[in-house]
Design a protein around this ligand. Structure first.
Ligand SMILES: [Zn+2]
Ligand SMILES: [Zn+2]
Length: 375
């Protein structure tokens, strides 16, 4: 370990009883004075800057400071820290940055520009869940949405500063939004706590938004829902999400569709399914019945001898195919309904029918037996 390592209090130019505030202002002053951006090509300034950062890092942490007070440098120096004062490490940041892609961690000459950009935050994406009926999904519709969202404050135009004032450059980070700490080999940039990384502080906040630059508003908007959407369909409305902070891009709005269950139709993809009851006579003799489609009624021919569970296809009466002219089909499953209440006449007729049917079945059974024996 370097023997001539300076005392941290001496580095910051404060007494051992310095308060947190004393440390902070001392560090701020030194960082300002020796900032590498202002002292390019001056290794002495860079050394002072690093030294101050290290001293402040240690002393601003109560636990580290306690250990430093008791044990001196030995109490807080890690092995990596020991290499700190060694000469010839000027290029270490660049080497590590190149090797490990730590470019962002080290706020180099370009750090300032990078953090300015980082301070502009893209607004959040918003999700709006919209429930519609199957009919609406089939026809398409215009939905009226009321969306609570953060919009750029009109009073301060998003700056957050009161009228007639402007945000000022943060003194802690010199407007870079990042504070640099040297920790062992690593020069670590952290988001500046004083300005939360924006590089600017607002001394007189805008009354309307309290300095946030954005206000919550309910925005009304019309959204066209195309025909054929289904549950889970997402419509992305570019730039209709929340406003970005400090001039950042707005987010997007996603409208997520939920199609309510229909009491008559079940949907599978673009096809619809329904069940229709028919009488025994219709099933036996055949008939032309009216079946409901999603928008109207349509006649359907039931051939003689139709069994329960037979499915008929009604072409083109399903759901429209999203983004195309095509349509799915409607599948109608018929079931023969056994009457529960009979009129006197119906009973008489059925009893006559029953006699004949029983004989038919007996004949058929006999025929089957004969076939079994001789077949
Ligand atoms: Zn405002
Ligand atoms: Zn700052």
């Amino acid at each position: 370990m370097s023997v001539n390592k300076r005392d941290y209090y001496e580095v910051l130019g404060v007494t051992r009883s310095a308060t947190d505030q004393d440390l902070k202002s001392a560090y701020r002053r030194l960082a300002h004075q020796h900032h590498p951006d202002k002292n390019q090509g001056n290794p002495e300034a860079e050394e002072r800057f690093k030294e101050a950062a290290e001293a402040y890092t240690i002393l601003s942490d109560p636990e580290q400071r306690r250990r430093y007070d008791r044990f001196g440098h030995a109490g807080v120096s890690s092995t990596a820290g020991a290499a700190w004062g060694a000469p010839g490490f000027g290029g270490i940041e660049d080497i590590l940055g190149d090797l490990f892609g730590f470019g962002d961690v080290f706020a180099g000459a370009g750090g300032r520009a990078t953090s300015r950009r980082a301070a502009q935050q893209r607004g959040a994406d918003l999700r709006y869940d919209l429930e519609i009926t199957l009919e609406q999904a089939a026809e398409g519709m215009t939905a009226q949405l009321r969306i609570p969202k953060l919009e750029t404050c009109e009073v301060c135009r998003g700056s957050g500063a009161a009228e007639g004032t402007r945000p000022e450059t943060c003194r802690t980070c010199e407007g870079s939004g990042q504070v640099r700490f040297q920790q062992g080999f690593f020069s670590v940039s952290r988001t500046c706590g004083s300005c939360r990384g924006t590089g600017q502080v607002i001394n007189t906040p805008c009354q309307s938004c309290g300095g946030a630059g954005r206000v919550e508003r309910e925005k009304q908007m019309e959204v066209k829902i195309p025909a054929g959407v289904e549950t889970g369909s997402r419509l992305r409305l570019h730039g209709e999400g929340e406003s970005g902070a400090f001039g950042g891009q707005p987010g997007d709005l996603y409208v997520v569709i939920h199609v309510a269950e229909h009491e008559q139709f079940e949907r599978q993809g673009n096809n619809l399914y329904s069940a229709v009851p028919i009488t025994f006579a219709q099933a036996a003799l055949g008939a032309e019945i009216d079946v409901k489609t999603l928008s109207a009624e349509q006649s359907l021919k039931i051939p003689a001898g139709t069994q329960t569970g037979t499915v008929f296809r009604v072409r083109g009466q399903g759901m429209p195919v999203l983004g195309s002219r095509g349509r799915g089909d409607l599948f109608v499953s018929v079931s023969v309904v056994t009457p529960t209440i009979l009129t006197r006449e119906q009973r008489k007729l059925l009893e006559q029918l029953a006699k004949i049917e029983t004989k038919d079945l007996e004949d058929k059974t006999l025929a089957d037996k004969v076939r079994d024996i001789f077949g």
